[in-house]
Design a protein around this ligand. Structure first.
Ligand SMILES: C[S@@+](CC[C@H](N)C(=O)[O-])C[C@H]1O[C@@H](n2cnc3c(N)ncnc32)[C@H](O)[C@@H]1O
Length: 224
């Protein structure tokens, strides 16, 4: 099996199950036009995020890593009108494109882009004393994944769903000797998850138009 096959199958799934959507496609086009990197989730992954948010009846979602708000828009689609989504982005240009895309998608009020390094924004968010989040999607710099998981647990309640992208890294995650900081960051996140009694977690390897990678999925099921 090759990348060509994985992409062809993703195209097939998209044609069958992911309806064409001018708003989402427009968000990708605007991101590309602004020179943002092409590293958003695929449409099939975006739809999975929406399905997970809808299935868990999420009303409050936290996203770490916004880019041009493509995944943000998928997640926002699952929220009720009185829902709230906060998404964290370190790059001012990405945040600006994201805000425009969210406004265009009709989520200018419901979704809030917070600019700054997420490890600095997360404590501020905690100090604001919001209700816990129902779903948290981690998709920013991988070397900080351990801190992101720790904050996700702190900002959650029993039942909160935590999803993190890019946790397989072409299979390199299984190599303890791999010195890449991103691999090490993801490995440390697995260790934190394994040592956290209040978390039921798994990870699923995936192939598709984005190559070979995978998703970490966990539910908070105890006191934290
Ligand atoms: C993979 S992209 C996010 C893709 C987006 N979730 C999507 O699928 O449409 C990662 C984003 O995280 C941002 N980022 C990198 N380091 C960050 C940090 N320390 N804090 C917050 N955001 C960061 C990058 O600027 C980039 O926009």
């Amino acid at each position: 099996m090759t990348q060509k096959t994985w992409t062809a199958v993703d195209d097939y799934i998209e044609a069958k199950l992911v309806p064409a959507d001018s708003v989402l496609e427009g968000a990708l086009a605007a991101s590309e036009e602004a020179g943002l990197p092409s590293i958003a989730v695929s449409s099939t992954q975006g739809r999975l995020l929406m399905i997970l948010a809808q299935a868990t009846r999420a009303k409050r979602i936290l996203e770490i890593g916004t880019l041009g708000a493509y995944s943000t828009t998928w997640l926002a689609r699952a929220l009720p009108r009185d829902g709230k989504l906060i998404t964290l982005e370190a790059d001012p240009k990405h945040a600006e494109v994201a805000r425009k895309n969210l406004k265009h998608a009709g989520f200018g009020e419901l979704a809030e882009v917070r600019l700054g390094k997420a490890l600095e924004t997360l404590p501020k968010l905690a100090s604001e004393g919001h209700r816990p989040f129902d779903m948290i999607f981690i998709d920013a710099n991988k070397n900080d994944y351990p801190g992101y998981l720790e904050w996700a647990i702190k900002l959650s309640r029993p039942g909160t769903l935590i999803v993190a992208d890019n946790v397989i890294r072409d299979g390199r995650v299984a190599d303890a000797g791999d010195s890449d900081p991103n691999v090490q960051g993801v490995r440390r996140m697995y260790e934190i998850a394994a040592a956290e009694p209040g978390l039921k977690a798994t990870a699923i390897q995936t192939v598709g138009s984005r190559g070979y990678d995978g998703l970490f999925i966990a539910v908070v099921d105890g006191d934290n």
